[in-house]
Design a protein around this ligand. Structure first.
Ligand code: 6YU
Length: 443
């Protein structure tokens, strides 16, 4: 059955694309994605040498994970990732915290000499920096513990896409009519509740182009919403929704890739952590960013296999220091990273061949990396973020909301984002199936 309702989707990331695929497959014939940039994928972005600038892993690759199922269907995974053993692996939580708890164990702690205590603090401080990267936050003080427990992990040992995460995007796009996505078309304003036009929503693009729609699915990042909500919606968002947008956290996690001609680390090395002797208190001091931003980098992971990546390290850095790093020139970042590596190895001539960093905070269409539950944020806030406008009345569901930050337990992930696109498509589907049932009944 064909459904003619005009649907506009703002954003061609995984949430927008999954909504379009679902709607198109269900018979909606008038689906248009408007994308601000010249490419699809948003925070899924693969660079040269299969380097992932954005999302890296399938978190919890097992049957319940729709990204895993799609990647398997499209033949995008290594054989190891498909094994039942890999899918059954329960990683749960963060193993380094065991070390952390052991260090802090009361008796050991009380008996420890000054140097051991100081080392203990340096280790904990480093683990906290890593945890800031996982959460995409400046400091764990900004993360609400109540909502933190909402995040759900799935079984399966995290795996990557050997040919790049963007393969998933390309495969999904091939399921859509070729003109579904309009590129370089930033949406400036969504006017809803219009009574003069036949369709209740008018979408205005940056170039002044205006189009009407029956429903608009907004998939822009939470960072973008926080910054632009007041101009993006006319009339403005209801206060309860706005407050939830403000309460939910959105921060920065960036990667710094560093390539060498040959490996100076052991063949079995997977991750290197940098511990600083002077970090013997866990208080977040506002340091001189210019001279000490690099200390926020918790360490490097070694990209494997070498045949695929060469001798490549990936550094991780979150928070304000990460945002400051984005403002530096390539040369300044290279210099800071080179100094760091020389200092920690004691080798004064180690020189990277190439350095490449992500800049998610200054990307005007993302404004950061991903969401985290802010302090004071509850599961009700997550519900409010996903709530469509309006929910009732003669013309409900004019503006719908999808995107990673709107998932109640898989926020900050690709599978979470994908499921939210499907959720909003399903919402429209059931709306139309119930309205058509009404027609049948009223005949
Ligand atoms: C995952 C991973 N991963 C690393 C880094 C980043 C992210 N994620 P999009 O932004 O993609 O799409 C919106 C589109 O809208 C976009 O194309 C815009 O250009 C467009 N747009 C904006 N404004 C517009 C306008 N006005 N008009 C028109 N268009 C407009 N996820 O599963 N595995 O390894 C990582 C990682 C550096 C930046 C990640 C990872 C997050 C995902 O990338 C992200 O959720 C989705 O791609 C978002 O898709 P979307 O469609 O919603 O938006 C315990 C506990 C705590 C909880 N956290 C633990 C989980 C850890 C999360 N891990 C992440 C880690 C890494 C390394």
């Amino acid at each position: 059955e064909n459904i003619n309702a005009k649907i506009v989707i703002v954003g061609s990331g995984i949430a927008g694309i999954s909504a379009a695929v679902e709607l198109t497959a269900a018979g909606f014939t008038n689906v248009q994605i408007l994308e601000a940039t010249g490419r699809s994928g948003g925070r899924i972005k693969t660079g040269d040498n299969v380097v992932e600038i954005g999302a890296n892993w399938i978190h919890g690759p097992s049957e319940e994970n729709p990204v895993f199922c799609l990647a398997r269907r499209y033949g995008l995974l290594d054989p190891e990732a498909l094994t039942p053993e890999n899918q059954a692996m329960e990683v749960g939580g963060h193993p380094p915290w065991m070390t952390c708890l052991e260090i802090l164990e009361e008796k050991k702690w009380a008996d420890a000499d000054k140097a051991t205590r100081s080392l203990g603090f340096s280790v904990v401080s480093n683990l906290l920096k890593g945890e800031c990267c996982v959460n995409g936050t400046h400091s764990l003080d900004e993360v609400g513990l109540g909502a933190f427990s909402l995040y759900k992990t799935l079984p399966g040992l995290d795996c990557t896409f050997p040919k790049g995460y963007e393969g998933l995007i390309q495969n999904l796009l091939s399921e859509l009519p070729s003109d579904t996505v309009k590129y370089n078309c930033p949406v400036r304003c969504i006017e809803w509740n219009n009574t003069e036009t036949e369709s209740p929503v008018i979408v205005e693009c940056e170039d002044g182009d205006r189009m009407t729609a029956d429903h608009v699915i907004v998939t822009v990042s939470l960072g973008y919403l926080k910054k632009h909500h007041s101009t993006l919606f006319r009339p403005p968002l209801p206060l309860h929704k706005l407050h939830s947008i403000q309460r939910q956290g959105f921060g920065t996690n960036n990667k710094i890739f560093v390539e060498f001609d040959s490996a100076w680390w052991d063949a079995d090395c997977e991750v290197m952590h940098f511990l600083w002797e002077d970090e013997n208190s866990l208080v977040d001091k506002t340091l001189d960013l210019q001279s000490s931003w690099i200390k926020k980098l918790f360490g490097f992971t070694v990209l494997k296999p070498t045949e695929r990546y060469g001798h490549l390290l990936c550094g991780w850095i979150a928070g304000h220091e990460s945002e400051y790093m984005e403002t530096l020139s390539d040369q300044e970042v290279t210099q800071a990273v080179t100094q760091l590596i020389r200092r920690f190895t004691g080798n004064p001539i180690l020189t990277p061949k190439r350095v490449l960093r992500s800049q998610w905070f200054h990307n005007p269409w993302t404004c950061g990396s991903y969401s985290f539950p802010g302090t004071g944020c509850s599961s009700q806030d997550l519900k409010n973020l996903a709530e469509p406008l309006p929910t009732t009345g003669p013309q409900p569901l004019q503006v719908l909301f999808a995107g990673e930050a709107t998932h109640p337990c898989f926020y900050s992930t690709v599978h979470g984002a994908l499921l939210t696109g499907q959720r909003e498509a399903d919402r429209l589907l059931s709306h139309y199936s119930s309205t058509s049932t009404n027609h049948v009944l009223s005949k």
